[in-house]
Write a protein that binds this ligand. Structure first.
Ligand code: PGA
Length: 253
């Protein structure tokens, strides 16, 4: 099944509005109209409103990196799915390993977030991935399978769901999974998604790879049959590098 490649930049906790405008000046021409790839930048909350305006008229969509599951109320410091929609977000990343391991987010919390964001009409990028010692112990599919099972359920609107496989040992380390390692886990995720949502939905779901994706390794990763794009951290902050990854994704379409 032909799936449209999808490349999202995860800016993490980086960037002022000045930095963002500079980056956009370099990126604006990277996505030409009609290019066969979906592109998003997931910015810090503080940049969502101005970036929504910056992206107006481009084919680049806006995303957030997290949000809370409640609609409103006494949740100091949190942002609701409705607030993201109002700020023109199309996407939201849920379950990034930095949220799981630095901020202590649990599978139950992530389940509530995924559900609430999809119900709001946002498209969710749900991240899964194993730690290095889990990979070394041969537990990669156990861990990824558990992360999928604990936060996703068959009542979700899966048409707006993307899975990002991000081996934690490859994030920000310069160490990427080999294409074979990525393909193996992506095929496993697709099979699980087929089991949960039905074979057609599994075949249609986009699964991004993330973890030290650069222009130099993007093409070989995205050539894997079950790798449908990338979730890009560090390289998404360098216009030329992000543009190179977008071109590599478009070339696989
Ligand atoms: P990286 O980050 O590309 O800098 O490894 C990826 C991510 O955390 O989404």
């Amino acid at each position: 099944m032909a799936r449209r490649p999808f490349v999202a930049g995860n800016w993490k906790m980086n960037g002022t509005l000045t930095d963002a405008r500079e980056l956009m000046a370099g990126l604006r021409n990277a996505v030409e109209p009609g290019m066969p790839v979906d592109v998003a930048v997931c910015t810090p909350f503080t940049l969502l409103y101005p970036m929504g305006k910056e992206l107006d008229g481009t084919d680049i969509k806006l995303g957030a990196q997290n949000c809370y599951f409640e609609k409103k109320g006494a949740f100091t410091g949190e942002i609701s799915p409705g607030m993201l929609s109002a700020a023109n977000c199309t996407y939201v990343i849920i379950g990034h390993s930095e949220r799981r391991y630095v901020l202590g987010e649990t599978g139950d919390l992530l389940r509530a977030k995924v559900k609430s964001c999809l119900e709001e009409g946002l498209s969710v990028i749900y991240c899964v991935g194993e730690l290095l010692d889990e990979r070394d112990a041969g537990k990669t599919t156990d861990v990824v399978g558990r992360q999928l099972a604990e936060s996703l359920s068959d009542d979700l609107d899966h048409a707006r769901l993307t899975i990002a496989y991000e081996p934690v040992w490859a994030i920000g380390t310069g160490r990427t999974a080999t294409p074979d390692q990525a393909q193996e886990v992506h095929a496993f995720i697709r099979e699980r998604m087929g089991g949960l949502f039905g074979a057609d939905a599994g075949a249609a779901m986009r699964i991004q790879y993330g973890g030290s994706v650069k222009p130099g390794n993007a093409a070989e990763l995205m050539a894997c049959p079950d790798v449908d794009g990338a979730l890009v951290g560090g390289a998404s902050l360098v216009a030329e590098d992000f543009a190179g990854i977008i071109r590599a994704a478009a070339a696989t379409a």
